[in-house]
Design a protein around this ligand. Structure first.
Ligand SMILES: C[S@@+](CC[C@H](N)C(=O)[O-])C[C@H]1O[C@@H](n2cnc3c(N)ncnc32)[C@H](O)[C@@H]1O
Length: 210
């Protein structure tokens, strides 16, 4: 039997969805699932997009590319759908390139042939308690799995305001042969970033390549 993977996210469901949000999940989400056809297109992946502010920005600034978001928290998925659907419940023109996988990204990656030009992970759950460390998504094996899914010259971009997690990711990277830099980047302030639970002055960023 295949070993059950440890869960890296908190909740799948938060407060009860409005009737419209549930309608969007039942009717719009099925129309924008990633498909096999996307494997041949220029593609960007964002993991754990939360409410989707950064995913929307990616879609708008890369209109010629497919932008795939993976997020198991259904209230976040519903927030994104509300923001990208128009009054006819079709996706707005500027968001036609968005595809959503509303579940654990590891399940998506196991079943896709896509290679990604960029893989974004902004504010991954830090799991600060020592007993929860095993829930951290960005372990050495997973970083290698992501790197294997990059196009030539593709890159993984990680941002976190949890500096201890940042240092931990670097330690994990040191177990691999992946190359990385720690540049200063400007990204939009996501909902989680605004909360700044870690109380640090700014997020730190990592850019990883094969
Ligand atoms: C701390 S939140 C940050 C959300 C968003 N990126 C932001 O900055 O507002 C981390 C998100 O990662 C998602 N997540 C955790 N593990 C995941 C996984 N295995 N696959 C996809 N998303 C995951 C969680 O559901 C959560 O929404």
């Amino acid at each position: 039997m295949e070993k059950q993977e440890i869960r890296t996210f908190g909740r799948r469901h938060g407060k009860k969805l409005s009737a419209r949000q549930q309608w969007l999940i039942d009717n719009v989400l099925p129309q924008i699932l990633p498909t096999k056809a996307n494997s041949n297109e220029s593609t960007i992946l964002e993991i754990g997009f939360g409410a989707g502010e950064h995913l929307r920005e990616l879609a708008q600034t890369n209109p010629e590319k497919i932008v795939i978001g993976a997020e198991p928290f259904m209230n976040g998925v519903a927030s994104l759908l509300s923001a990208i659907a128009d009054e006819n419940n079709s996706t707005r023109n500027e968001y036609k390139n968005i595809r959503i996988f509303a579940d654990d990204v590891r399940d998506f990656l196991k079943n896709t042939d896509s290679k990604f030009e960029q893989i974004w992970v902004l504010h991954p759950d830090p799991w600060p308690k020592a007993k929860h460390e095993k829930r951290r998504l960005l372990s050495a094996p997973f970083l290698q799995t992501l790197a294997d899914k990059l196009t030539t010259n593709g890159e993984i971009i990680i941002g976190t305001d949890h500096w201890e997690y940042f240092d931990w990711i670097i330690q994990e990277l040191e177990k691999t042969t992946l190359k990385y830099t720690t540049p200063s980047l400007e990204t939009i302030r996501t909902r989680y970033q605004k909360k700044n639970k870690a109380g640090t002055v700014a997020p730190k960023y990592l850019v990883i390549k094969n």
